[in-house]
Write a protein that binds this ligand. Sequence first.
Ligand code: HEM
Length: 311
Amino acid sequence: MSDESEAEGPPIRTTIEDGVETFEATIQGERIQWDKGLTYSRHLQTDQLLNSQTPVSDKPDEMLFIIMHQTMELWIKLMLHEVRSAIKSLREDDLDRAGKTLDRTATIMRHMIHSWEVLATLTPHDFLTFRGFLRKASGFQSQQYRELEFLLGLKRADLILVHNGDDAATTALHAALNAPSLYDEVLGALSRGGAAIPAEKLNRDWSQPYEACEKIEQAWHAIYTAPDQNWPLYALGEKVTALEYYFQEWRFKHMKTVARVIGHKHGTGGSSGVSYLVKALDLQFFPELWSMRTRMSAPKEGGDYGNGCPV
Ligand code: HEM
């Protein structure tokens, strides 16, 4: 094929479809179509997205740092969306739909956990080339991350303080703080499903940190001891447990990556750094779902080996 014909390319057929100028051409043996209405870049706002990486240094490794944070922020945005949708399904007692949404949320978290591997290629030297340019900016100031913690049930109001001066962030965080969390909604669904949940847990001041309660541990224990009789609630319990399990793994990988990159230096946000992140490994969203496991015991089975083991 000559240069000239390559430049011209295959013929394009133009029609009007749904009032929109529409094109068709055979490209690489495929019948390809596009139109002037909704294009890929218009739908996904790729111009805006791909022009949103603005390094504050001239150091080449800063791009990795920016894109890692931005991709995680996008995944957190999707998790917030999915958890809100799960809450809606729980309020409607549609546990199947809530379960599907929670599965997706946990899968996003697992994907994020794997993505730490990319950031782990940033050596201490790479990071130090641009760390000073970041000044006090830190993930500690991530509005969405804090919103997700609130939404899942970890209500720590004092953390809103770092958004002082950002009215939109402060308002959004207060709204999440004052609303029932995923765990509050799970307990509501449990109660409507017949579990013995104390009234004071079903109608409490949502802005206050959730406090673990013996009666709720007993309610989960009853469900987990007889899964066949309580299957929908049992499955729900396992799905929210998975969410916390992967959230903790995310925290762990973050802490380990940070240790690999900055050792025990203080964070740009001012905290003790790795020591602060290690403390976060003990935080819990759904405490009784974990404590109840210790309480569980196996039914007594097997032979009487008083006269010696038969095998
Ligand atoms: C080399 C890369 C990174 C380093 C050295 C780092 C370091 C730190 C440190 C030291 C803290 C404690 C707060 C402070 O004093 O600054 C922190 C908090 C945080 N970072 Fe990172 N980080 C890195 C990457 C990321 C990425 C990619 C994300 C994704 C969004 C992220 C999200 C967060 C969040 C949400 C917190 C707050 C955690 C909490 O309050 O429990 N970090 N980071």
